[in-house]
Design a protein around this ligand. Structure first.
Ligand code: ADP
Ligand code: ASP
Ligand code: MG
Length: 405
């Protein structure tokens, strides 16, 4: 009897009918002989609605209270799913993240799992129960409820699969697997049979929201095979794993886009040691993650320092950066939010030339201006105007021949 962790996303359990449909899928797996721990996301757009409720009270909700509020979304869905299973005659129990033993650090809104104490889950499995765990949440040593960042139920699921341990983690969502690009942008995107952890991590970290980046990271560290498939159909999905024989190893395998970009430029920064540390240390201490940094060559010992962050962090980042700019005699801080990232990803880029040229030429031919470029060994990212993203993604998908195997 294999122990499997399954996770169902918000759309998959969006209303009572969908909760019952998912319960039926779980029952068929139990009847086939598997033991299941099931992680539930909040129903539909519950998390967005809870955030809007909080913002109706204050623009900057207290992070501790916001986490406690948001955690209720997953409590609702997990309890309903347990009820649906019991109603169908299958013993099931719902556990909050805290009851499931998911311990985290204290970073509200973006907590990281620090420890898993699976005692209660194992007891419940031993008693023959299907265990339904509320995703996206954990508890600190001080017994405060935390959340793991948007999309974090994937991470709850992979962490449980790693810690129990389970044979694999199955992520059920509203698409049939991992595609060569977001099927909402590119209708001709192709479903992949398998993807390596490293390629999936690049796609997820650079905007493919089908998987939470931290979940992929945990999967890679603990060697958990992650299977992504639809909760609406029985079609074969995509296996994310560490095997060497990857599909189309020598090609670009996928495209990601991310419109959550804000850019800050500090003008006229003196070109001397210690300036970058003076700017980025306080941002790090403020919990703001910076992804692209460009420092121009200096003219008369003055330079411009540009970096990008998430739009949600813009106000907090400006509140940190403006006094620092003043203290180093930089005359101007500018910010804008019209940019987006498009990235091509593929392990094949490590060993072959010409990918960057082809990407830049494709964007140029589509009439798209590139404002910033950033790369890793297996990824090239261009920052472009947000309004051009659909056109850019479609043009790149075509240029790299991703629709055909
Ligand atoms: P869930 O609620 O199940 O967690 P999400 O909305 O978080 O679902 O993720 C699924 C969505 O991810 C899909 O509807 C799709 O639009 C988007 N997506 C982005 N990139 C990809 C990709 N490369 N392959 C599949 N889906 C993708
Ligand atoms: N409900 C949370 C969110 O909307 C977590 C998740 O769905 O994974 O971000
Ligand atoms: Mg998700």
């Amino acid at each position: 009897m294999a122990l499997i962790v399954q996770k169902y996303g918000g759309t998959s359990i969006g209303d009572a009918e969908r909760v019952k449909a998912v319960a039926a899928r779980i029952i068929s797996r139990i009847e086939a002989g598997d033991r299941l721990v099931v992680v539930a996301s909040a129903m539909g757009d519950t998390t967005d609605r809870l955030i809007a409720l909080a913002r109706g009270i204050t623009e900057e909700p207290e992070p501790r209270e916001l986490d406690l509020l948001l955690s209720t979304g997953e409590i609702v869905s997990s309890t309903l799913l347990a009820m649906a299973l019991r109603h169908s005659g299958h013993p099931a129990v719902a556990l909050s993240g805290a009851q499931a033993g998911i311990r985290t650090d204290r970073r509200h809104g973006r907590a990281r799992i620090s420890k898993l104490d699976p005692k209660r889950i194992l007891q419940e499995l031993e008693a023959g129960h299907v265990v339904i765990v509320a995703g996206f949440q954990g508890i600190t040593e001080e017994m405060d409820i935390t959340t793991l960042g948007r999309g974090g139920s994937d991470t709850s699921a992979v962490a449980l699969a790693a810690g129990l341990p389970a044979e694999r983690c199955e992520i059920y969502t509203d698409v049939e697997g991992i595609f060569t690009a977001d099927p909402r942008y590119v209708p001709e995107a192709r479903k992949l049979k398998e993807v390596s952890y490293e390629e999936m991590l690049e796609l997820a970290a650079w905007g493919a929201r089908v998987m939470h980046p931290r979940a992929v990271e945990l999967g890679a560290v603990y060697g958990v095979p992650i299977y992504v498939a639809s909760s609406f159909s029985g079609s074969a999905g995509t296996l994310i794993h560490g095997g060497a024989a990857m599909e189309e190893r020598n090609k670009v395998m996928g495209i990601a886009q991310d419109t959550d970009v804000a850019r800050i430029t500090i003008r006229g920064v003196p070109d001397r040691p210690g300036i970058a540390a003076a700017v980025f240390e306080p941002l790090g201490e403020g919990g703001i993650s910076v992804d692209t940094i460009v420092q121009n060559a200096s003219v008369e010992r003055l330079t411009d320092l540009t970096f990008t962050i998430s739009r949600h962090d813009l106000n907090r980042a400006l509140a940190i950066v403006r006094p620092v700019a003043k203290s180093i005699d930089a005359p101007d801080v500018m910010a804008d939010t019209h940019l987006a990232k498009v990235s091509i990803v593929g392990a094949g880029m490590t060993s072959a030339a010409g990918y960057a040229g082809r990407m830049f030429r494709t964007l140029e031919q589509a009439g798209i201006n590139i404002e910033l470029i950033t790369t890793s060994e297996i990824r090239i990212t261009c920052l472009i105007d947000e309004s051009q993203v659909p056109k850019a993604v479609r043009a790149l998908h075509k240029a790299f021949e991703l629709e055909s195997e």
